[in-house]
Design a protein around this ligand. Structure first.
Ligand SMILES: Nc1ncnc2c1ncn2[C@@H]1O[C@H](COP(=O)(O)OP(=O)(O)OP(=O)(O)O)[C@@H](O)[C@H]1O
Length: 252
């Protein structure tokens, strides 16, 4: 049975069909990667799933709940968390305060009294546990904006985890990383699968092939193929799109 189902999703920007009847399913505990060349429609699909854009047609369902009509915050409450490529971080606050704000927001209490929250041992414990989970236990008092890029991405993941998602949407978590940070992020994502399903949008094919149980390939807004790693690796049209053995037009 699938945890997350996207069915016949359509998004038009004027005459451009950016999402062309896309369907995909993510199973419980699965890491499902979404790949495709530049302009294939990955970001548009992620924006539709997270609620940033409204689809022109189609349905999005998580664990039996129809997310399609819900705004972003309700989708988060329903169990869908998205990493926002660092933009969700408060750069002038410490790592601990960033995490406290995130766990506070998810606990449903007021965000106003930071000093009071600090005294709340339960929240602090949750924040520290999140830091440990993503490998930032040593950096709690660091100002978030001064962390190296890779560590900021780790913090971004921790903020998304505060909502205890059933499905985590990871939008290019390796973007801008060197090999060492990429490896660390790959290991982190690998550990997350115990507790949630993951939809991973990523250009780093080494990471995709290391992590994914199944892969969906988007080209020109459409699903070209969906399958396990070996199926995708050996698919001639995928090879053509990625390795340039023929033009993308010819490959589709
Ligand atoms: N808000 C928008 N208005 C008009 N066209 C858009 C908009 N957003 C995306 N597009 C177009 O939709 C198509 C898909 O873009 P999208 O950014 O989803 O692709 P992508 O696969 O995420 O690309 P990349 O890997 O380069 O980020 C592109 O042709 C793009 O120009």
């Amino acid at each position: 049975m699938s945890l997350f189902v996207v069915q016949g999703l359509v998004k038009r920007f004027g005459a451009l069909l950016a999402t062309n009847h896309v369907s995909l399913e993510v199973r419980p505990g699965e890491i499902h990667a979404l790949i495709g060349p530049n302009g294939a429609g990955k970001s548009t699909l992620v924006n539709l799933i997270s609620g940033l854009h409204a689809p022109d047609a189609g349905r999005i369902e998580l664990d039996g709940t129809d997310l399609t009509p819900l705004p972003m915050d309700a989708r988060i409450r329903a169990g869908l968390s998205r990493c926002f490529q660092i933009t969700s971080i408060f750069p002038k606050a410490t790592v601990l305060d960033n995490l406290l704000l995130a766990v506070q927001a998810q606990s449903g209490s007021s965000l106003r009294f930071l000093a009071d929250r600090r005294r709340d041992l339960a929240l602090a414990e949750a924040a520290r546990a999140l830091a440990a989970r993503v490998g930032l236990a040593h950096a709690l008092q660091r100002i978030a904006g001064t962390l190296p890029h890779g560590a900021q991405r780790q913090l971004d993941v921790a903020l998304a985890l505060a909502a205890r998602p059933k499905l985590l949407l990871l939008d290019e978590p390796m973007a801008g990383m060197g090999p060492e940070d990429s490896e660390r992020m790959t290991e982190l994502i690998h550990t997350l699968r115990q507790d949630m399903a993951i939809l991973l949008i990523e250009h780093d094919m080494k990471a995709v092939f290391a992590l994914a149980d199944r892969i969906t390939v988007l080209v020109y807004g459409q699903v070209l193929v969906s399958g396990d790693v070996e199926t995708i690796r050996n698919h001639p049209q995928v090879q053509a799109v990625y390795l340039g053995t023929e033009t993308t037009e010819a490959a589709v």
